[in-house]
Write a protein that binds this ligand. Sequence first.
Ligand code: DC
Length: 215
Amino acid sequence: MTSPLVIAIDGPAAAGKGTIAKRLAAHYGLAYLDTGLLYRAIGRLAHERGLDLGDGAAVGAVARELDPASLDDAALRGREAGELASRVAVHRQVRDALTSFQRAFAVMPGGAVLDGRDIGTVICPDAQVKIFVTASPEVRARRRTDELLAKGRAVDYGTILAEVRERDARDAGRAAAPLKAAPDARLLDTSEMDIEAAFRAACGIVDEAPYRDED
Ligand code: DC
């Protein structure tokens, strides 16, 4: 019998993990969950309600109410939502409220790809494939800057680099499920790769993984 394939993709902001995860899901015919969207939606809701984002109990209540079907809003993908997400994601109450939804998604019969910060370490520690996608802060900031410039936004590289470093420090430095590679994750450093090469490397990791049950 073969168990459904679960692929856990973690890594810092702007390393390419979302694009890689989405393409892996399409390639292997798996469902895809961008878990960052859950935190982004909570950050935005809490902000709109004027809550103190440092208040774990209040923000945790927002997280428990979240309708995961309501994540289709383009504004959730912007810089501001990312910043708000990183701030609310430090709270244990927020993370706990999202755990069962993410785990239920991961065990769907056809298999799944989830991307985030703690998928391989906390949400799906038994995932058959774990990939930690990273790139240097300078490369990530350059990519993010170019993306925003291409959309006609006035941004400067130095500001974006500072944001990337600040987000890394908050995501990796928090006590609750910090950003880190699971001990059994394969590291994929995309600093010197374009997205095509990064995707091919990720497919190589999946294809080499001993993920099929023999019994
Ligand atoms: O992947 P992203 O950029 O959309 O994530 C936004 C923020 O949400 C990120 O800085 C930290 C938080 N996050 C998290 O703590 N755990 C996850 N599984 C996903 C995102």
